[in-house]
Design a protein around this ligand. Sequence first.
Ligand code: ADP
Ligand code: MG
Length: 256
Amino acid sequence: MLELQNLCMQFENAKHATLKNINLQIPEGSFTCIVGASGCGKSTLLNLIAGLTLPSSGSILLDGQPISGPGRDRVMMFQESALFPWLTVLENVCFGMKINNVPKAKQLEIAGHYLDMVHLSRFRDYRVHELSGGMKQRAALARALCMDSKILLMDEPFSALDKQTTNLLREELAQIWQQTKKTIILITHSVEEAVFFADRVLFLSEETANIAGEYVIDLPRPRHIESPEFIRYRQDILYQVRNEVEKIEHAEEMAG
Ligand SMILES: Nc1ncnc2c1ncn2[C@@H]1O[C@H](COP(=O)(O)OP(=O)(O)O)[C@@H](O)[C@H]1O
Ligand SMILES: [Mg+2]
């Protein structure tokens, strides 16, 4: 279990605290989505959990132990795939394992397993510039999964992709989560995406610099964004967060 205790983040030159007294418990194996308007502190929160940034005050505990920096128990995936352009897909996927001195044969076995899972086996020898945006994110996901960390942190991983690719990748990730039973914390500005994935959606408010809404999504999986129950959840959340995320709501309605 991951536990945030009175977590505060005040950047040096900022007038207001970005995060104020966040208290949160994230159970092992859960899928948590954090939504909020642009600039509300979502990435800041994820970077703190990743240990890439240190909080102004408060603490983060993983299974009771304080987090004081990056660790192998947490792996991060970004909006841009952050793959190494001079390496092939397979070399990229193996990179972290190589650093961790995993024996070569084992690397290939593990990489093969996860490349299959993200449907990239046929492209293992491609270089990054030969991949589409969706394939890059698949490769980044395979690389993250190979690290065998307990927690997968995802910062708007599909935001730069077109709608069709996004839908496909969402379905794949939902299945991968069910297969791997990892704890996933995914940041998104899309309420639709949050309802699609999450056990629990947390709304991070810019106004209060804290979690201002918590919604348990009790829908069977696989979930269908067109189903009346799904639409009800989405509308409900959008209605409750409307004051802060009108822009998002509008954008989502435009997108259909
Ligand atoms: N390293 C930093 N130094 C100063 N201010 C920062 C830094 N990182 C983020 N911020 C500020 O914190 C706020 C939240 O940013 P961020 O977490 O990136 O928001 P989000 O991911 O929700 O769009 C913004 O006002 C941003 O300018
Ligand atoms: Mg962000």
